[in-house]
Design a protein around this ligand. Structure first.
Ligand SMILES: Cc1ncc(COP(=O)(O)O)c(C=O)c1O
Length: 443
C-alpha cells in the first residue's frame, strides 16, 4: 500500500510476522498470573484464588529440594568446566544420561546422538514441526489436544493443525481409524498432510494408549506415508493400570520407528517446569541433523545441564523419586476425583498426568443470542470471577463440543477440595465462596 510519506513511515513498529505470532494475550493466559498474585490461604485469605489451571506438579518439591538447596548433602555444585560453552543441542554427558534414562521408557537403546536437548518440550515441538513441515503443510491431531500445540507446531513452521475429534462417548480414547478418516478427507480436500501429532499419555484427558492402539496408529501413519510426533512428556507420570508404551517401542513393529519423533522433558515427570529442558528424540538422521542445527536458537544453560546430568546419573535417587512421585499423583488424583464424585460433577477417569477432564456441559445454560462457545466462555468467566477458581475451558484444547474444563489437581489437596466445593456451589446457584458476601470482579 502506498503512503504519501513513504512506506517506512507507514510501517508498523513491529513486523507482520511478529504480530502474527504474538497476537493478543487472551484473558485465560492472564488468569494464571492474576490467580497466583492473590492465592487462597485457609484461614488467612479465604477468598483468594484457587489455581487449577496450570499443569505443574506442586507435590514433589520436598523430594527435589536437596539438589537445589546449597547446604543440603546432595546439593549440586558446578565446576568451571560445567560452565563452558557446550554443543548447543546438548552437552554430551547430559545426552548420554538422558539416553540411558529413556532407554527403558522407549523399550530399546536410545542413541545419545539422536537426542536434541533444547529449552523445553515447547522448543522441541517447534523443532520437530519446523524440520518436518513447510508453510501450509498440515498436521492431524487427535482432539482434545494440548492447547499449546497450536502455537508450538504452527508458529514458526507455518504448518496448520487439523483436529481429529475423538468421541466423548468413548472417553476420548484414541481411535486411529478416525485419524485415518481425517487424513483421507483432508487430502481429498487438497491438504498436504505431513504428520500426526499426539500426546501420549494424553493431556488434557489423562489417558494412556495401549499397545494395540499404538500399533494401529503406526499402521495408519505408514499407510498414509506420514510421520508421527509423539509428545511423551508424561511418560513416567502414569498411575493407572494401563502400562505406557512409547511410540518408538520395537514391540509396535519396526517400520514406523524411523518416522516417529518423540518429545520428552523434565517439566512433568521430574516436576521441574521452570528449568525449561526438553528433548527431541528422532532416529531419522536427516531430521536429527536439521534439528541439531536449529537447536542453535533454543539452547539450555550449561549450569542447568550439569545439574540434570548429576541428577540422572544417581539411579537410586531417580527410582525413589519417580516411585514416590507416582504414588503422590495417584493419591492426588483419587482425592480430586472423590471430591468431584461427592459433588455430583462428572468427569473422565484418568490414568496419568496432572489433570482431570471435567464435564460441565449440563451447566452451560447460555444467554439469548449467544452461541454455545460463548456459553462456555461465560461459565469460565463466572468460575474465575465469582468462585475465583481457575480452570481452562475446553475450547483451549480444541474440544469438539463446549462444556469441558481441565482441572489440574497436583497441588495442595486443601486447594483442590475448596475449588471443587466452590465450583459445585456456583453450579447449584449458591454463593460460591462461603462466608464472603460479595467479591470484586477483577479479571
Ligand atoms: C503435553 C505437553 N507438552 C509440552 C509441554 C511444555 O513443556 P515445557 O515446559 O518443557 O516447554 C507441556 C506443559 O504443559 C505439556 O503438557
Amino acid at each position: 500500500m502506498s503512503h504519501p510519506h513513504g512506506s517506512d513511515v507507514a510501517r508498523a513498529r513491529i513486523s507482520a510476522q511478529s504480530a502474527r505470532l504474538v497476537g493478543d494475550e487472551p484473558a485465560i493466559a492472564r488468569a494464571h498470573f492474576i490467580a497466583e498474585a492473590d492465592p487462597y490461604r485457609p484461614g488467612l485469605r479465604p477468598a483468594g484464588y484457587l489455581n487449577l489451571g496450570t499443569a505443574e506438579n506442586r507435590l514433589v518439591w520436598d523430594l527435589l529440594a536437596g539438589w537445589f538447596t546449597p547446604d543440603a548433602a546432595n546439593a549440586f555444585r558446578a565446576t568451571e568446566s560445567d560452565l563452558r560453552y557446550a554443543p548447543l543441542h546438548g552437552e554430551p554427558g547430559l545426552r548420554e544420561a538422558i539416553a540411558a534414562h529413556l532407554t527403558p521408557v522407549c523399550g530399546a537403546p536410545v542413541d545419545p546422538d539422536h537426542l536434541i536437548v533444547v529449552s523445553g518440550a515447547t522448543a522441541a515441538l517447534d523443532l520437530a514441526a519446523t524440520v518436518l513441515c513447510d508453510p501450509g503443510d498440515a498436521i492431524v491431531v487427535p482432539a482434545p489436544f494440548y492447547g499449546a500445540f497450536t502455537t508450538d507446531l504452527t508458529g514458526r513452521s507455518g504448518a496448520r493443525l487439523i483436529p481429529a475429534p475423538m468421541p466423548a462417548a468413548d472417553d476420548f480414547r484414541l481411535r486411529p481409524s478416525l485419524v485415518d478418516d481425517v487424513i483421507r478427507a483432508a487430502r481429498a480436500d487438497g491438504a498436504r498432510v505431513r504428520a500426526i501429532a499426539l500426546t501420549s499419555p494424553t493431556n488434557p484427558v489423562g489417558g494412556v494408549h495401549d499397545t494395540a492402539t499404538m500399533k494401529e496408529l503406526q499402521d495408519v501413519a505408514a499407510v498414509n506415508g506420514v510421520d508421527i510426533i509423539a509428545d511423551e512428556i508424561y511418560a513416567q507420570s502414569v498411575f493407572g493400570p494401563t502400562p505406557f508404551v512409547s511410540a518408538v517401542d520395537p514391540s509396535l513393529g519396526a517400520d514406523g520407528r524411523a518416522r516417529t519423533h518423540v518429545i520428552w522433558g523434565f517439566a512433568k515427570d521430574f516436576g521441574l517446569p521452570g528449568l525449561k529442558v526438553g528433548v527431541l528424540y528422532t532416529q531419522d538422521t536427516e531430521v536429527a541433523a536439521a534439528a541439531r542445527a536449529l537447536a542453535y536458537f533454543a539452547p539450555v544453560s550449561t549450569h542447568t545441564q550439569a545439574l540434570l546430568r548429576a541428577m540422572l546419573t544417581d539411579p537410586v535417587w531417580v527410582t525413589g523419586f519417580l516411585t514416590e512421585s507416582r504414588s503422590r499423583l495417584l493419591r492426588s488424583y483419587e482425592g480430586a476425583a472423590g471430591a468431584l464424585r461427592a459433588h455430583g460433577i462428572p468427569f473422565v477417569e484418568a490414568e496419568a498426568g496432572f489433570s482431570i477432564w471435567v464435564d460441565l456441559r449440563a451447566w452451560l445454560g447460555g444467554t439469548a443470542g449467544s452461541g454455545p462457545w460463548q456459553a462456555e466462555q461465560a461459565l469460565w468467566h463466572r468460575l474465575f470471577t465469582e468462585a475465583r477458581v481457575s480452570m481452562l475451558p475446553g475450547e483451549v484444547f480444541a474440544a469438539a463440543e463446549p462444556g469441558w474444563f481441565r482441572l489440574c489437581h497436583t497441588t495442595d489437596p486443601l486447594v483442590v477440595g475448596e475449588a471443587v466445593a466452590r465450583t459445585a456451589r456456583l453450579l447449584a446457584g449458591e454463593a460460591p465462596i462461603a462466608g464472603a458476601a460479595s467479591i470484586d470482579s477483577r479479571e
